[in-house]
Design a protein around this ligand. Structure first.
Ligand code: NAD
Ligand code: ZN
Length: 357
Protein backbone atom coordinates (compact mmCIF):
# COMPACT_ATOMS: atom_id res chain seq x y z
CA UNK A 1 0.00 0.00 0.00
CA UNK A 2 1.18 3.53 -0.76
CA UNK A 3 -0.06 6.71 0.81
CA UNK A 4 0.19 10.44 0.54
CA UNK A 5 -1.13 13.26 2.70
CA UNK A 6 -3.19 16.14 1.45
CA UNK A 7 -3.33 19.39 3.39
CA UNK A 8 -6.74 21.02 3.07
CA UNK A 9 -7.43 24.37 4.78
CA UNK A 10 -9.13 22.91 7.86
CA UNK A 11 -7.69 19.41 8.03
CA UNK A 12 -5.21 17.05 6.45
CA UNK A 13 -6.24 13.70 5.05
CA UNK A 14 -4.54 10.63 3.73
CA UNK A 15 -4.95 8.98 0.36
CA UNK A 16 -4.17 5.29 0.72
CA UNK A 17 -3.92 3.22 -2.42
CA UNK A 18 -3.30 -0.50 -2.76
CA UNK A 19 -4.74 -3.92 -3.47
CA UNK A 20 -7.59 -5.32 -1.40
CA UNK A 21 -8.16 -2.29 0.84
CA UNK A 22 -11.92 -2.93 0.76
CA UNK A 23 -11.29 -5.87 3.11
CA UNK A 24 -9.51 -3.76 5.71
CA UNK A 25 -11.59 -0.59 5.84
CA UNK A 26 -12.67 -1.33 9.41
CA UNK A 27 -9.11 -1.33 10.73
CA UNK A 28 -8.10 1.72 8.69
CA UNK A 29 -10.69 4.23 9.83
CA UNK A 30 -11.22 6.07 13.12
CA UNK A 31 -13.12 4.01 15.68
CA UNK A 32 -15.29 6.63 17.33
CA UNK A 33 -18.08 7.04 14.78
CA UNK A 34 -21.59 6.54 16.14
CA UNK A 35 -22.90 5.23 12.85
CA UNK A 36 -21.63 4.44 9.36
CA UNK A 37 -23.68 4.85 6.22
CA UNK A 38 -22.30 3.37 3.00
CA UNK A 39 -23.64 5.04 -0.12
CA UNK A 40 -23.05 3.28 -3.42
CA UNK A 41 -24.67 2.65 -6.81
CA UNK A 42 -26.50 -0.32 -8.30
CA UNK A 43 -23.51 -1.47 -10.35
CA UNK A 44 -20.88 -1.29 -7.62
CA UNK A 45 -23.08 -2.68 -4.81
CA UNK A 46 -23.24 -6.30 -6.03
CA UNK A 47 -19.47 -6.29 -6.61
CA UNK A 48 -18.00 -4.70 -3.49
CA UNK A 49 -20.56 -3.64 -0.90
CA UNK A 50 -20.49 -6.92 1.06
CA UNK A 51 -16.68 -6.82 1.32
CA UNK A 52 -16.74 -3.33 2.79
CA UNK A 53 -19.60 -4.18 5.15
CA UNK A 54 -17.78 -7.30 6.37
CA UNK A 55 -14.68 -5.33 7.20
CA UNK A 56 -16.64 -2.96 9.45
CA UNK A 57 -17.47 -4.48 12.79
CA UNK A 58 -18.79 -2.95 15.97
CA UNK A 59 -20.40 0.13 14.44
CA UNK A 60 -24.04 0.23 13.30
CA UNK A 61 -24.02 0.19 9.49
CA UNK A 62 -26.65 1.30 7.02
CA UNK A 63 -26.40 1.07 3.27
CA UNK A 64 -28.09 3.02 0.51
CA UNK A 65 -27.94 1.95 -3.12
CA UNK A 66 -29.10 4.24 -5.92
CA UNK A 67 -29.35 3.59 -9.69
CA UNK A 68 -25.94 3.91 -11.39
CA UNK A 69 -25.37 6.78 -13.79
CA UNK A 70 -24.92 10.53 -14.06
CA UNK A 71 -28.68 11.13 -13.76
CA UNK A 72 -28.37 10.21 -10.07
CA UNK A 73 -26.65 13.53 -9.38
CA UNK A 74 -30.11 15.09 -9.14
CA UNK A 75 -32.13 17.08 -6.63
CA UNK A 76 -34.54 14.20 -6.14
CA UNK A 77 -31.82 11.60 -5.51
CA UNK A 78 -30.07 14.03 -3.16
CA UNK A 79 -33.31 14.48 -1.22
CA UNK A 80 -33.82 10.71 -1.01
CA UNK A 81 -30.36 10.27 0.45
CA UNK A 82 -30.97 13.00 3.03
CA UNK A 83 -34.20 11.26 3.96
CA UNK A 84 -32.25 8.03 4.46
CA UNK A 85 -29.80 9.88 6.73
CA UNK A 86 -32.64 11.23 8.85
CA UNK A 87 -34.58 7.95 8.95
CA UNK A 88 -31.45 6.08 10.02
CA UNK A 89 -30.77 8.69 12.73
CA UNK A 90 -27.34 9.72 11.51
CA UNK A 91 -25.92 12.38 13.81
CA UNK A 92 -22.93 14.72 13.75
CA UNK A 93 -20.65 11.88 14.84
CA UNK A 94 -21.70 9.65 11.95
CA UNK A 95 -19.62 8.77 8.92
CA UNK A 96 -20.63 8.42 5.28
CA UNK A 97 -18.60 6.13 3.02
CA UNK A 98 -18.88 6.93 -0.69
CA UNK A 99 -18.15 3.65 -2.47
CA UNK A 100 -18.02 4.06 -6.23
CA UNK A 101 -17.02 6.33 -9.09
CA UNK A 102 -17.21 10.08 -9.42
CA UNK A 103 -20.99 10.07 -9.38
CA UNK A 104 -21.17 8.38 -5.98
CA UNK A 105 -18.34 10.56 -4.67
CA UNK A 106 -19.92 13.83 -5.81
CA UNK A 107 -23.41 12.93 -4.62
CA UNK A 108 -22.57 11.27 -1.30
CA UNK A 109 -19.96 13.96 -0.69
CA UNK A 110 -22.58 16.67 -1.18
CA UNK A 111 -24.90 14.87 1.23
CA UNK A 112 -22.05 14.74 3.77
CA UNK A 113 -21.30 18.44 3.16
CA UNK A 114 -24.83 19.55 3.90
CA UNK A 115 -26.42 17.04 6.28
CA UNK A 116 -26.42 18.69 9.72
CA UNK A 117 -24.15 21.40 8.25
CA UNK A 118 -21.53 18.84 7.39
CA UNK A 119 -20.42 15.43 8.64
CA UNK A 120 -17.33 13.30 7.94
CA UNK A 121 -17.10 11.17 4.84
CA UNK A 122 -14.61 8.81 3.24
CA UNK A 123 -14.07 8.43 -0.48
CA UNK A 124 -13.62 4.87 -1.72
CA UNK A 125 -13.08 5.41 -5.45
CA UNK A 126 -13.74 2.45 -7.76
CA UNK A 127 -13.10 4.04 -11.16
CA UNK A 128 -9.95 5.43 -12.77
CA UNK A 129 -11.68 8.75 -13.25
CA UNK A 130 -12.32 8.96 -9.51
CA UNK A 131 -8.56 9.38 -8.86
CA UNK A 132 -9.41 12.90 -9.92
CA UNK A 133 -12.85 13.42 -8.38
CA UNK A 134 -12.15 11.85 -4.97
CA UNK A 135 -9.41 14.34 -4.15
CA UNK A 136 -9.81 18.07 -3.70
CA UNK A 137 -13.12 18.37 -1.87
CA UNK A 138 -15.37 19.55 -4.70
CA UNK A 139 -18.76 17.90 -4.35
CA UNK A 140 -21.87 18.65 -6.37
CA UNK A 141 -25.12 17.63 -7.96
CA UNK A 142 -26.54 18.78 -11.29
CA UNK A 143 -29.39 21.17 -11.99
CA UNK A 144 -31.58 20.58 -15.06
CA UNK A 145 -30.01 23.77 -16.47
CA UNK A 146 -26.41 22.77 -15.93
CA UNK A 147 -23.89 20.29 -14.58
CA UNK A 148 -22.40 20.56 -11.07
CA UNK A 149 -24.16 23.87 -10.44
CA UNK A 150 -25.19 23.04 -6.87
CA UNK A 151 -22.29 22.07 -4.72
CA UNK A 152 -19.82 22.78 -2.03
CA UNK A 153 -16.20 22.38 -0.98
CA UNK A 154 -16.04 19.56 1.58
CA UNK A 155 -12.90 17.44 1.78
CA UNK A 156 -13.11 13.79 2.81
CA UNK A 157 -11.43 12.65 6.02
CA UNK A 158 -9.74 9.82 4.10
CA UNK A 159 -9.47 8.37 0.61
CA UNK A 160 -9.19 4.57 0.40
CA UNK A 161 -8.46 3.46 -3.14
CA UNK A 162 -8.63 -0.28 -3.67
CA UNK A 163 -7.11 -0.76 -7.14
CA UNK A 164 -8.36 -4.36 -7.26
CA UNK A 165 -11.86 -2.97 -7.82
CA UNK A 166 -10.68 -1.55 -11.15
CA UNK A 167 -10.47 -5.07 -12.56
CA UNK A 168 -14.23 -5.09 -13.13
CA UNK A 169 -14.34 -1.64 -14.70
CA UNK A 170 -15.67 -1.72 -18.29
CA UNK A 171 -12.97 -0.83 -20.86
CA UNK A 172 -14.66 2.42 -21.95
CA UNK A 173 -14.65 3.60 -18.32
CA UNK A 174 -10.94 2.80 -18.00
CA UNK A 175 -10.38 4.81 -21.17
CA UNK A 176 -12.51 7.65 -19.83
CA UNK A 177 -10.46 7.87 -16.63
CA UNK A 178 -7.17 7.75 -18.50
CA UNK A 179 -7.97 11.09 -20.13
CA UNK A 180 -7.63 12.70 -16.69
CA UNK A 181 -4.33 10.89 -16.03
CA UNK A 182 -3.05 12.27 -19.33
CA UNK A 183 -4.35 15.72 -18.38
CA UNK A 184 -2.42 15.55 -15.11
CA UNK A 185 0.68 14.54 -17.07
CA UNK A 186 0.24 17.51 -19.45
CA UNK A 187 -0.05 19.88 -16.50
CA UNK A 188 2.92 18.81 -14.45
CA UNK A 189 4.59 15.55 -15.48
CA UNK A 190 5.62 15.12 -19.13
CA UNK A 191 7.07 11.68 -18.28
CA UNK A 192 3.66 10.54 -17.08
CA UNK A 193 2.15 11.85 -20.31
CA UNK A 194 4.71 10.02 -22.47
CA UNK A 195 4.54 6.83 -20.46
CA UNK A 196 0.74 6.64 -20.46
CA UNK A 197 0.45 7.42 -24.18
CA UNK A 198 3.03 4.82 -25.12
CA UNK A 199 0.93 1.95 -23.78
CA UNK A 200 -2.14 0.10 -24.94
CA UNK A 201 -4.97 0.45 -22.44
CA UNK A 202 -6.52 -2.82 -23.64
CA UNK A 203 -3.32 -4.69 -22.78
CA UNK A 204 -3.32 -6.72 -19.54
CA UNK A 205 0.04 -5.15 -18.69
CA UNK A 206 -1.66 -1.84 -17.99
CA UNK A 207 -2.66 -3.16 -14.55
CA UNK A 208 1.04 -3.25 -13.64
CA UNK A 209 1.47 0.51 -14.09
CA UNK A 210 -2.03 1.66 -13.26
CA UNK A 211 -1.40 2.16 -9.54
CA UNK A 212 1.70 4.23 -10.30
CA UNK A 213 -0.19 6.35 -12.86
CA UNK A 214 -3.06 6.92 -10.42
CA UNK A 215 -0.72 7.91 -7.63
CA UNK A 216 1.13 10.37 -9.87
CA UNK A 217 -2.17 11.84 -11.06
CA UNK A 218 -3.43 12.22 -7.49
CA UNK A 219 -0.16 13.83 -6.38
CA UNK A 220 -0.42 16.44 -9.15
CA UNK A 221 -4.05 17.20 -8.37
CA UNK A 222 -3.28 17.36 -4.65
CA UNK A 223 -0.44 19.79 -5.10
CA UNK A 224 -2.56 22.14 -7.22
CA UNK A 225 -5.49 21.96 -4.80
CA UNK A 226 -3.27 22.55 -1.76
CA UNK A 227 -2.07 25.79 -3.31
CA UNK A 228 -5.54 26.97 -4.30
CA UNK A 229 -8.33 25.07 -2.59
CA UNK A 230 -11.18 27.41 -3.53
CA UNK A 231 -10.18 27.90 -7.15
CA UNK A 232 -9.25 31.58 -7.18
CA UNK A 233 -6.09 30.96 -9.18
CA UNK A 234 -4.08 27.97 -10.35
CA UNK A 235 -6.77 25.37 -9.60
CA UNK A 236 -8.30 26.58 -12.85
CA UNK A 237 -5.44 24.79 -14.64
CA UNK A 238 -7.18 21.52 -13.80
CA UNK A 239 -9.72 22.63 -16.37
CA UNK A 240 -7.25 21.83 -19.17
CA UNK A 241 -9.18 20.12 -21.95
CA UNK A 242 -12.50 20.76 -20.21
CA UNK A 243 -13.58 23.94 -22.04
CA UNK A 244 -14.28 22.06 -25.24
CA UNK A 245 -14.71 18.78 -23.31
CA UNK A 246 -17.74 20.02 -21.35
CA UNK A 247 -19.21 21.56 -24.50
CA UNK A 248 -18.90 18.23 -26.36
CA UNK A 249 -20.37 16.33 -23.41
CA UNK A 250 -23.49 18.45 -23.23
CA UNK A 251 -23.87 18.99 -26.99
CA UNK A 252 -23.52 15.28 -27.80
CA UNK A 253 -25.82 14.44 -24.88
CA UNK A 254 -24.71 12.75 -21.65
CA UNK A 255 -24.58 9.02 -22.14
CA UNK A 256 -23.39 9.32 -25.74
CA UNK A 257 -19.85 10.16 -24.81
CA UNK A 258 -18.24 9.78 -21.39
CA UNK A 259 -16.70 12.71 -19.54
CA UNK A 260 -13.16 11.50 -20.14
CA UNK A 261 -13.74 10.73 -23.81
CA UNK A 262 -14.93 14.30 -24.32
CA UNK A 263 -11.99 15.65 -22.28
CA UNK A 264 -9.55 13.69 -24.46
CA UNK A 265 -10.78 15.60 -27.53
CA UNK A 266 -10.65 18.80 -25.46
CA UNK A 267 -6.99 18.09 -24.64
CA UNK A 268 -6.16 17.72 -28.30
CA UNK A 269 -7.88 21.04 -29.01
CA UNK A 270 -6.05 22.78 -26.13
CA UNK A 271 -2.79 21.54 -27.66
CA UNK A 272 -3.84 22.80 -31.09
CA UNK A 273 -4.73 26.27 -29.73
CA UNK A 274 -1.42 26.29 -27.79
CA UNK A 275 0.46 25.59 -31.01
CA UNK A 276 -1.45 28.27 -32.94
CA UNK A 277 -1.42 31.03 -30.32
CA UNK A 278 1.77 30.35 -28.36
CA UNK A 279 3.80 28.61 -31.03
CA UNK A 280 4.17 25.77 -28.55
CA UNK A 281 5.59 22.51 -29.78
CA UNK A 282 2.86 19.99 -29.02
CA UNK A 283 2.63 16.20 -29.62
CA UNK A 284 -0.73 16.57 -31.39
CA UNK A 285 -0.23 13.89 -34.03
CA UNK A 286 1.07 11.40 -31.45
CA UNK A 287 -1.82 11.99 -29.07
CA UNK A 288 -4.35 11.81 -31.91
CA UNK A 289 -2.93 8.48 -33.11
CA UNK A 290 -2.83 7.02 -29.59
CA UNK A 291 -6.41 8.11 -28.78
CA UNK A 292 -7.60 6.58 -32.04
CA UNK A 293 -5.90 3.26 -31.28
CA UNK A 294 -7.49 3.09 -27.83
CA UNK A 295 -10.91 3.59 -29.41
CA UNK A 296 -11.72 7.09 -28.10
CA UNK A 297 -14.69 8.25 -30.20
CA UNK A 298 -12.82 11.04 -31.99
CA UNK A 299 -15.41 11.39 -34.74
CA UNK A 300 -18.10 12.80 -32.41
CA UNK A 301 -16.68 16.27 -32.92
CA UNK A 302 -17.21 16.31 -36.68
CA UNK A 303 -20.94 15.78 -36.16
CA UNK A 304 -21.30 18.71 -33.77
CA UNK A 305 -22.03 22.25 -34.87
CA UNK A 306 -19.16 24.70 -34.26
CA UNK A 307 -21.30 27.68 -33.29
CA UNK A 308 -23.33 25.64 -30.78
CA UNK A 309 -20.08 24.39 -29.22
CA UNK A 310 -18.69 27.93 -29.02
CA UNK A 311 -21.94 29.09 -27.39
CA UNK A 312 -21.56 26.38 -24.77
CA UNK A 313 -17.92 27.29 -24.16
CA UNK A 314 -18.98 30.91 -23.53
CA UNK A 315 -21.41 29.71 -20.87
CA UNK A 316 -18.74 27.64 -19.12
CA UNK A 317 -18.39 28.48 -15.41
CA UNK A 318 -14.77 29.49 -16.04
CA UNK A 319 -15.62 31.99 -18.75
CA UNK A 320 -16.37 35.63 -18.03
CA UNK A 321 -18.44 38.22 -19.95
CA UNK A 322 -18.67 36.22 -23.14
CA UNK A 323 -14.93 35.69 -23.51
CA UNK A 324 -13.61 32.19 -23.16
CA UNK A 325 -10.77 31.55 -20.74
CA UNK A 326 -8.81 28.53 -21.86
CA UNK A 327 -6.00 26.68 -20.22
CA UNK A 328 -3.18 26.36 -22.73
CA UNK A 329 0.31 24.87 -22.58
CA UNK A 330 3.51 26.80 -23.22
CA UNK A 331 5.05 23.34 -23.29
CA UNK A 332 4.17 20.03 -21.66
CA UNK A 333 4.18 20.67 -17.92
CA UNK A 334 3.73 24.47 -18.24
CA UNK A 335 0.07 25.56 -18.24
CA UNK A 336 -1.11 29.16 -18.74
CA UNK A 337 -4.54 30.79 -18.76
CA UNK A 338 -5.45 32.70 -21.88
CA UNK A 339 -8.49 34.61 -23.02
CA UNK A 340 -9.73 33.69 -26.48
CA UNK A 341 -12.29 35.86 -28.26
CA UNK A 342 -15.39 34.28 -29.73
CA UNK A 343 -14.51 34.95 -33.37
CA UNK A 344 -11.02 33.56 -32.93
CA UNK A 345 -12.32 30.50 -31.11
CA UNK A 346 -14.78 29.77 -33.92
CA UNK A 347 -12.02 30.02 -36.49
CA UNK A 348 -9.65 27.84 -34.45
CA UNK A 349 -12.28 25.18 -33.87
CA UNK A 350 -13.18 25.03 -37.56
CA UNK A 351 -9.51 24.71 -38.54
CA UNK A 352 -8.95 22.08 -35.84
CA UNK A 353 -11.82 20.02 -37.23
CA UNK A 354 -10.32 20.21 -40.72
CA UNK A 355 -6.63 19.83 -39.96
CA UNK A 356 -6.53 17.48 -36.98
CA UNK A 357 -9.75 15.49 -36.70
P1 NAD B 1 -19.50 6.89 -12.53
O1 NAD B 1 -19.38 7.06 -11.08
O2 NAD B 1 -20.85 7.04 -13.14
O3 NAD B 1 -18.91 5.45 -12.92
C1 NAD B 1 -19.00 5.01 -14.26
C2 NAD B 1 -19.76 3.69 -14.36
O4 NAD B 1 -18.93 2.64 -13.87
C3 NAD B 1 -21.03 3.63 -13.53
O5 NAD B 1 -21.99 2.92 -14.24
C4 NAD B 1 -20.60 2.83 -12.29
O6 NAD B 1 -21.65 2.15 -11.69
C5 NAD B 1 -19.60 1.89 -12.87
N1 NAD B 1 -18.57 1.42 -11.96
C6 NAD B 1 -17.93 2.14 -11.01
N2 NAD B 1 -16.96 1.41 -10.46
C7 NAD B 1 -16.98 0.18 -11.05
C8 NAD B 1 -16.20 -0.97 -10.91
N3 NAD B 1 -15.16 -1.02 -10.07
N4 NAD B 1 -16.53 -2.07 -11.64
C9 NAD B 1 -17.54 -2.00 -12.53
N5 NAD B 1 -18.30 -0.91 -12.73
C10 NAD B 1 -18.02 0.17 -11.99
O7 NAD B 1 -18.55 7.90 -13.34
P2 NAD B 1 -17.04 8.38 -13.16
O8 NAD B 1 -16.52 8.45 -14.53
O9 NAD B 1 -16.30 7.65 -12.13
O10 NAD B 1 -17.23 9.87 -12.60
C11 NAD B 1 -17.88 10.86 -13.37
C12 NAD B 1 -18.41 11.92 -12.44
O11 NAD B 1 -17.33 12.50 -11.72
C13 NAD B 1 -19.11 13.05 -13.17
O12 NAD B 1 -20.36 13.29 -12.57
C14 NAD B 1 -18.18 14.24 -12.97
O13 NAD B 1 -18.88 15.47 -12.90
C15 NAD B 1 -17.54 13.90 -11.66
N6 NAD B 1 -16.24 14.55 -11.44
C16 NAD B 1 -16.06 15.23 -10.28
C17 NAD B 1 -14.85 15.85 -10.03
C18 NAD B 1 -14.63 16.56 -8.72
O14 NAD B 1 -13.59 17.19 -8.53
N7 NAD B 1 -15.55 16.46 -7.80
C19 NAD B 1 -13.80 15.76 -10.95
C20 NAD B 1 -14.01 15.03 -12.12
C21 NAD B 1 -15.24 14.44 -12.36
ZN1 ZN C 1 -12.72 16.06 -15.67
Amino acid sequence: MKELSIHASNHSYKVQIGKGLRHTVGSMIAKDYSHVMIITDSQVAPLYLEDVKHSLTGTPIDTVIFPAGEQAKSMSQYEELLTACIENSLDRKSLIIALGGGVVGDLAGFVAATYMRGIDYIQMPTTVLAHDSSVGGKVAINHPLGKNLIGSFHSPVQVLYDVETLQTLPYHELRSGYAEIIKHGCLDDPDLFHDATSRSLADEAITEVLEDHLLKGIAIKASVVEQDEKETGIRKYLNLGHTLGHAIESEAGYGHVTHGEAVAIGLLFAMYVSKEKLEASMPIANLYAWLGKQGYPLNVLTHLDTSSLVDRMKKDKKSTSGKVNMVLLEELGKPVMMEVKETELTELLNRFKEEVM
